[in-house]
Design a protein around this ligand. Structure first.
Ligand code: DC
Length: 246
């Protein structure tokens, strides 16, 4: 199956100054988190998981009991979000993902359910949410030395990042990786076909939303990881970073 990223689908405004930031974008299940953590550790940079921020907002909004359709028309949403304080915390020992402190709550595994993946994707289409989170992410990256992972980090959040990557793999391969990851965590995957269907639906939603859609920046290096191991991807990316020092 071919991958749809022959060309970049948006132009980002690049500036002369290159920031000491690595951006790693791509669709769900491509291995971005593992790869981003390894690249950050290798470079001694801070890892900025922007997806976990969308998940945390999704969790807060789910707690408020409103549907995303309703939220899209909620005049008070922008004000509610402006007041929110968020911090990214390292994972607890034995945990795979970092935690998010949002207001008085500290969230971890509850952000990683399939339901929260679906909700985060829906919430990420709301302009009020994107405006607040993009500004927060830009503040977090202000001093540089960051590896930012997400969907729009190379196009919208950090257009001046010095090193931009877009990772991809076929939907079938990404679904297989996700099943392996869930099984390794001891979770039962009752319906692999449904998982693939959800992944494709989430891709479509992320790619086709009007604001900051998932797509490679025009200066991003696109890496097809379908038949590469994690170590091979990391090696290729580090070689590319080292070839283009600041
Ligand atoms: O990377 P993730 O699966 O944790 O992201 C969850 C959702 O958040 C994803 O479906 C789309 C959204 N997201 C986004 O719109 N922009 C980002 N920079 C990161 C994530």
């Amino acid at each position: 199956m071919s991958l749809p990223w022959e060309n970049a689908c948006v132009s980002c405004t690049m500036s002369e100054t290159r920031q000491a930031i690595v951006t790693i974008d791509g669709p769900a299940g491509v291995g971005k988190s593992t790869i981003s953590r390894l690249i950050a550790a290798e470079l001694g940079f801070t890892y900025l998981d922007t997806g976990s921020m969308y998940r945390a907002i999704a969790w807060v909004l789910a707690e408020s009991g409103k549907g995303t359709d309703e939220l899209g028309h909620d005049e008070g949403l922008a004000t509610q979000l402006q007041g929110l304080e968020m911090d990214l915390l390292p994972p607890l020992p034995g945990e795979e993902y970092g935690r998010v402190r949002i207001g008085k709550d500290v969230l971890g595994p509850e952000l990683r359910t399939e339901e929260m993946s679906r909700l985060a994707s829906a919430v990420s289409t709301l302009p009020q949410v994107r405006t607040v989170l993009t500004a927060m992410q830009q503040r977090m990256g202000e001093i540089g030395k960051v590896v930012a992972e997400g969907r729009d980090t190379g196009t919208v959040v950090f257009p001046s990042a010095a090193w931009k990557f877009f990772l991809d793999a076929t939907a079938e391969e990404r679904a297989r990786r996700r099943v392996r990851q869930l099984r390794a965590r001891g979770e039962i995957v009752p319906d692999e076909a449904a998982l693939l269907k959800n992944l494709i639906a989430r891709d479509l939603a992320d790619r086709n939303r009007p604001i900051a859609p998932l797509c490679p920046a025009d200066d991003a290096r696109i890496v097809d990881t379908t038949s590469l191991s994690i170590a091979e991807v990391v090696e290729e990316m580090l070689a590319s970073i080292r070839k283009h020092p600041l």
